[in-house]
Design a protein around this ligand. Sequence first.
Ligand SMILES: Nc1nc2c(ncn2[C@@H]2O[C@H](COP(=O)(O)OP(=O)(O)OP(=O)(O)O)[C@@H](O)[C@H]2O)c(=O)[nH]1
Ligand SMILES: [Mg+2]
Length: 466
Amino acid sequence: MYNPSNDRSPISPSFTANPFDKYKSAREGSLPDGIGGIGTGSWPDRFSARKKLGERKRIVRILIIAFLAGFLLWFFVTPLNWTGGTTAGELYTPPGTEGKASHDSNGEEKPVVPVQKPTEPKIPKDDRFNDDKEVLGLEKAAFVMLIRNGELEDALRSMKQIEDRFNHRWHYPWVFLNDVPFTEEFVRETTKRASGPTEYGLIPEQHWSVPPEIDQVKMRAAMKKMEEDRVIYGGSLSYRHMCRFNSGFFWRQPILDKYEWYWRVEPGIGFYCDVDYDVFEFMRTSNKQYGFTITLPEYKSTIPTLWKETVDFVRKHPEYLNSNSSLQYLLEDRDQGKSLTSDPPPEYNGCHFWSNFEIASLKFWRSPAYSDYFQHLDSAGGFFYERWGDAPVHSIAAALFLGTEQVHHFADMGYMHVPWSRCPQPDSFHKYAKCVCPFEPKDSFDLNGWSCQPRWWKIAGKEFGA
Ligand SMILES: Nc1nc2c(ncn2[C@@H]2O[C@H](COP(=O)(O)OP(=O)(O)OP(=O)(O)O)[C@@H](O)[C@H]2O)c(=O)[nH]1
Ligand SMILES: [Mg+2]
């Protein structure tokens, strides 16, 4: 049978009753002295009793809050005091254990062993600190990336690695170059990813077009033939513009006028090791002009007459040939020891520094030796009638017009551009530079039969792994 007094449901009559009814019994009964109570005595008495209870509640609340505040203060502040004035990395004894011994499970006394306090990163003292205690690169240097808008994702991937591995510390600027205007998205995203300033240059049309001297019918026929012969990028005009631009015009862009050094970065590369020194400062102070990571032979079908034009140029301008040049690095084995005036001239083995990575001097490209060399090559037309790459052009110039000691192999850098990659060999490099190379050391391109690295080691008097 339904009994309303047992009903605890929200629609129970007990819930619809006057809520003040429950105070009735208290009002009619008596409470112990000093406690008072809601509804005791007459109405005025009830108000003063309520007031007293309210004050008590307030006091209890204040006490609870004070207790909690005290506890939090103790919890957060005390551990800070544990360091007891030690500096990062020092040994310290946990508080409360000074001079005491603890006991092991057998009940034997064991001395308190000081533990290592977690170290904070050590920031070297250097007068190049800015307000944020970061070191700023002081060289007139920038990263340079020639790139298409559509390669944004790959550009960001390259930037992220270079920033994390090197530039987060030096904040060198990034300069982006394009033959069409950069999109807002490209500018916004690359600016976000850079730790230094970013600049965007639009390449003038005369640096990215077929010059009037070029016979376009001859050029088209050559491109068609190369495409039929499956020469890599043999049928591409934009690739030719890119190679010619990188050979003769990137260093003439007004946006680069204020710089003396650059690091060429391509989209989609891999960069596998920390570089904890300023590479541009290294280049300047050690009198280096050109730096590379990988060296390999060029496809001969892309450069049938490049070497002949080079020999002609050097014979015309013997004054540009460096007395300590790396000529022998460029020559076929059978021609080792020959000079460029030999008759017949020695042949080019195709070895070049892979120019998708370069850390080099802009002054070198601006020098009379190189700008005259480029002018000579450009007049010969091989950027269009053949498919001369900027890599062999840069490399031949660096090998002939610079001293061997001015060319530097960055043996401490791990680098990948499809399809080849290399990493430092000795274990110590890996430990020191935190390399994470996604391949076995034996698969490093330096050890590949196609690599020209052994030739370079021989010329530079270096050994494997150096
Ligand atoms: N703005 C612009 N950049 C280009 C163009 N073609 C190539 N590039 C850039 O020039 C550099 C070299 O071009 P790549 O296509 O990478 O040439 P590659 O390294 O010889 O060949 P793969 O990387 O194997 O394709 C890259 O940074 C490209 O983003 C172009 O038409 N316009
Ligand atoms: Mg590339």
